[in-house]
Ligand binder design. Structure first.
Ligand SMILES: [Zn+2]
Length: 249
């Protein structure tokens, strides 16, 4: 290669190699595993946050309920105290009134038991809920750490790819320089139509662009053409570079 002028087609093939490498980098950048993992972790965190929010709202409801029960118990206790005070000072009170007060005190006692049972049931619900929220929150912290390191990994991978792509782009300009503009235009057109690959090698009987074999008649026709003649794959339409051109000249 060194010191020897390469044929136009061999040079086009070299350009294609650079473009194909750029394409691979573009694909690699778009499909980074770290980015996929990052998106997954972010989704998991969003789900976790929603679950924590829901549990926190439930905790709030329980706390409000608990406070309301507390108020009721306080009111009830005060009322019972008042009645009991009245009973202690009830000398001379008609028996019927005494009975009524005692009846109410007993009723208040039952009501208080009931409220305390409810408070106990609430506590039993609150405790596992607190534990659940605490463990979900520690999971969220772990996920946040993972997300931060994945974000760094994505940036690092992108920078590495970008540096590689920059090197290739620097090499591309001289690789394209001097190639006939008509050929370059055709090459670009083919690349646009054929997934980024406009030139293919003819390896034996096979086009390495579409991996199909050319018919014997076509191979024979091609074999008799001058080395620098433009040949297209009859299957995919790509510019074909014949094997021997790679080492020719
Ligand atoms: Zn082909």
């Amino acid at each position: 290669m060194q010191g020897r002028p390469q044929s136009t087609l061999a040079r086009l093939l070299a350009l294609q190699d650079i473009d194909a490498a750029l394409l691979r980098l573009e694909h690699k950048r778009a499909t980074l595993e770290e980015r996929r993992e990052l998106a997954e972790a972010q989704q998991a965190l969003a789900r976790l946050r929603a679950s924590i929010d829901e549990a926190t709202r439930r905790r709030q409801t329980l706390a409000e309920h608990q406070a309301e029960l507390e108020r009721q118990v306080t009111t009830l206790t005060a009322r019972r105290q008042t009645l009991e005070d009245r009973l202690y000072g009830a000398r001379g009170m008609p028996g019927r009134d005494l009975q009524a007060i005692e009846g109410e005190v007993a009723q208040l006692g039952r009501k208080k038991d009931e409220l305390e049972d409810q408070q106990l049931a609430l506590l039993e619900e609150q405790e596992p809920l607190e534990e659940h929220i605490a463990s979900e929150e520690s999971r969220a912290v772990a996920l946040e750490t993972r997300i931060a390191s994945l974000q760094e990994a994505v940036v690092a991978a992108e920078q590495e790819i970008d540096a590689e792509a920059a090197t290739l782009r620097t090499a591309r300009a001289p690789a394209a320089e001097g190639l006939p503009s008509e050929l370059l235009a055709r090459y670009d057109r083919l690349r646009a139509q054929l997934g980024g690959i406009g030139v293919a090698r003819l390896v034996g009987r096979r086009c390495d662009g579409c991996h199909l074999e050319l018919p014997a008649v076509e191979l024979d026709r091609i074999a008799h053409l001058p080395a620098d003649a433009l040949v297209f794959c009859e299957h995919c339409g790509r510019i074909l570079v014949r094997d021997r051109l790679e080492t020719a000249q």
